[in-house]
Design a protein around this ligand. Structure first.
Ligand SMILES: [Zn+2]
Length: 307
């Protein structure tokens, strides 16, 4: 065969899409749900736990998810049962993917959901009497504020550092001190006391704009690193949920690196395509995105505690 014909043949092969994965039929505008369901399906430990679940316990969503995962392994799948279980009555009403991500995890058995679960410790210290207060809370998602990023590129690394930065509260934000029996200035410190196996970050693109007195969507570019270091753990990005469009109308898709093939795929409702130009080609340690909304990082290693 001559060179041109080889090229034509190669091009045809490249355009011939046989995906290793299957899509989800959207009965309306449920892309917010489909994108997070695909993330759950493509998370190895979560899929494993759901597939092992054998009880017909109706208190959790596990059996409904297992049926969906079984379907997804074979063909294009439907989400009617999940929609019903979640109590979604209007499939044409748009919702927030992050909200449904948390909703599903709250309904899942603790054994399966624990891979996404982390714990934070919040420490407050009264500036006057120095009394410390400590409380812990668990989380599925860490929300990162993006308010100051109207024009410049938002750095996810710096955003995450800011989340854990010591903060001083004073003026209108004073905290009530039990010992002083009045509102005082205070130091607030937030620390991750339990690193989740899967760390999910939310870029707060939907935010209230005090200048315009309304909710807006921030379209700013985000610098997404492939690897994150938190406390003594290293995390590797394996999934992104994108939001396209604006507040009143938009579309969610998911971009996920398969633990089975090592390739990136783009999940867009009923279609799944292999990503031809992955975000992180060799040598790239970060990527820019204007649509990334949720980011999932998998813990790859734990370093020995630094002193
Ligand atoms: Zn005090």
């Amino acid at each position: 065969m001559n060179h041109d014909r080889v090229e034509i043949f190669r091009e045809k092969l490249d355009n011939f899409t046989i995906s290793d994965y299957h899509g989800l039929i959207s009965p309306g505008l449920t892309c917010y749900l489909n994108s997070v369901l695909q993330v759950f399906f493509m998370t190895e430990d979560f899929r494993g736990s759901i597939k092992r679940c054998c009880s017909e316990d109706s208190a959790t969503i596990d059996t409904v998810l297992r049926k969906l995962f079984d379907d997804l392994e074979r063909s294009l799948a439907e989400t009617q049962n999940i929609i019903q279980t979640l109590g979604i009555t209007d499939v044409y009403e748009q919702h927030d993917a992050a909200e449904y991500f948390e909703k599903i995890l709250c309904l899942t058995s603790p054994e399966a959901a624990k891979v996404f679960k982390g714990e934070l410790s919040h420490k407050t210290k009264c500036a006057e009497c120095k009394k410390e207060n400590n409380f812990r809370s668990s989380f599925w998602i860490l929300p990162l504020a993006m308010e100051n990023s109207y024009r410049q590129t938002y750095s996810l690394k710096r955003g995450l550092e800011a989340f854990f930065n010591k903060e001083k509260v004073c003026g209108e934000n004073k905290m009530f001190c039990n010992q002083c029996k009045k509102k005082q200035d205070a130091d607030i410190d937030c620390e991750m006391t339990q690193n989740p196996e899967i760390l999910t970050l939310l870029l707060k693109r939907f935010t209230f704009d005090y200048k315009w007195d309304c909710y807006i969507k921030l379209h700013c570019e985000v610098d997404v690193p492939q690897t994150l270091h938190i406390e003594n753990c290293e995390y590797d990005l394996y999934a992104l949920v994108h939001h396209f469009g604006n507040l009143s109308g938009g579309h969610y898709t998911a971009e996920i690196k398969s633990f089975e093939t090592g390739e990136w795929y783009h999940f867009n409702d009923d279609t799944v395509d292999r990503v031809r130009q992955p975000l992180f080609t060799s040598g790239n340690i970060s990527a820019k995105s204007r649509t990334a909304y949720l980011l999932m990082y998998r813990r790859v290693s734990t370093h020995p505690e630094k002193n």
